[in-house]
Design a protein around this ligand. Structure first.
Ligand code: NAP
Length: 347
């Protein structure tokens, strides 16, 4: 095993699993670092990006089971500082981050294992993963930018698969996945319709992307009809769905016949009553409803290749950075929905 320098312990934030409002959701612990197995890689973490999912898990709202007192977060960027004897694909000094679902290498695997849920996540100053689940990160990005790629980036990439220049995409909300999708759709030459509950947020996005069309979904409850008007009765080609149960039927209604709705989020809760018209609508619109679960390692490699080819800057996606030690505050910031775009912890 090669190791530079000798690292024996790490600092990590573990969940308290106390879901009472107002109580700390995280606890900073010092723990021993295990010996590296032959194909393990030790990474010194430089940035951890937060997602809505992290705040939801910390507050007990995750719809899937999580390991007790697990380590939060799945988005990290860091530097390889040690490798096991049999590691072939990474070397000391490489910039790398783990994939979000460590069972999803090619997209054909049968199992799944989500970081921060089925296994510990990455909110720590050192992390160890098998080389098979690590991906090289683009050299042109700084650590904070690179940390957003594994979950928010790959999710946006997967949600937009099939897009082509000149098509119309609808992106819901101004959170992390949405602003990443906006960036990719803009780079790919799509016509973009962005929705938000806030005029201020929409104005900020229009200042950044003057050609986007916007709809306030709070002020316009029939936003699907507004989207049909904008698209002259055709509907959008691809829709990045973040609301879930309460918005899905409307999303299907404003997607063109034969178009794609990528189901990414579940922000509106899970009231099945909202889905009463799902079947007739999906049949009527002939829409392909596509479940998105971040993406595979191959997807992450493809996204990194695309970003590198276009040298796309990602700095403007970051709403705010916090120091690692301010993790509790950062999680609460997301939980309250204060961000436009991404929140990143720096180490
Ligand atoms: N399937 C996957 O692989 C995957 C991966 C990552 C995230 N997710 C899920 O995707 C969703 C977004 O994640 P994120 O990390 O981007 O969250 P985020 O940064 O917290 O952003 C959420 C934003 O979505 C908008 N929003 C809130 N409620 C909405 C609703 N009912 N309908 C439409 N938009 C709504 C809000 O934007 P405005 O304030 O502008 O209205 C909010 O700021 C979450 O449900 C998350 O769990 C799924």
């Amino acid at each position: 095993m090669t190791m530079l320098p000798a690292v024996t312990h790490r600092r990590a934030f573990r969940r308290t699993d106390d879901f009472t409002p107002g109580t700390p959701k995280l606890k900073l612990v010092q723990e021993e670092i295990r010996q590296l197995a032959p194909t393990d890689v030790l990474i010194k973490v430089h940035a951890v990006a937060l997602n809505y999912r992290d705040a939801n898990i910390a507050n007990g709202g995750n719809p899937w089971p999580v390991v007790p007192n697990g380590i939060l977060c799945n988005d990290a960027a860091g530097e390889v500082v040690a490798v096991g004897d049999k590691v072939k694909t990474l070397a000391i000094g490489n910039r790398a981050g783990p994939i979000t679902d460590t069972e999803n290498i090619s997209g054909r695997e049968i199992k799944r294992s989500w970081l921060a849920a089925d296994e510990d996540g990455v909110m720590a100053d050192y992390i160890i993963f098998d080389e098979a689940v690590l991906c090289l990160l683009p050299d042109y990005l700084d650590w904070t930018e690179a940390s957003m790629i594994p979950c928010a980036g790959v999710t946006a990439w997967s949600a937009l698969k099939g897009m082509s220049i000149g098509q119309t995409v609808l992106i819901q909300g101004t959170g992390g996945v949405s602003v990443f999708a906006l960036k990719l759709a803009s780079a790919a030459g799509l016509r973009i319709i962005l929705t938000s509950s806030s005029d201020t947020k929409l104005q900020r996005m229009r200042d950044q992307y003057p050609s986007i069309l916007t709809v306030n979904y709070s002020k316009t409850p029939d936003w699907d009809k507004e989207v049909m008007k904008i698209t002259e009765g055709a509907g959008v080609d691809i829709l990045v769905e973040n609301g879930g149960a309460s918005s899905l039927v409307k999303s299907l209604r404003c997607t063109r016949r034969g178009g794609i709705v990528s189901q990414v989020g579940y922000l509106s809760g899970q009231d099945s009553g909202d889905l009463r018209e799902l079947i007739p609508t999906i049949i009527d619109r002939r829409v392909i409803l596509r479940g998105i679960n971040a993406g595979s390692k191959h997807d992450m490699e493809d996204l990194c290749a695309a970003l590198t080819a276009a040298q796309t800057p990602l700095k403007d996606l970051i709403d705010r950075t916090f120091a690692f030690e301010e993790a509790e505050e950062a999680v609460e910031y997301i939980w309250q929905g204060k961000q436009i775009g991404k929140i990143v912890l720096t180490l």
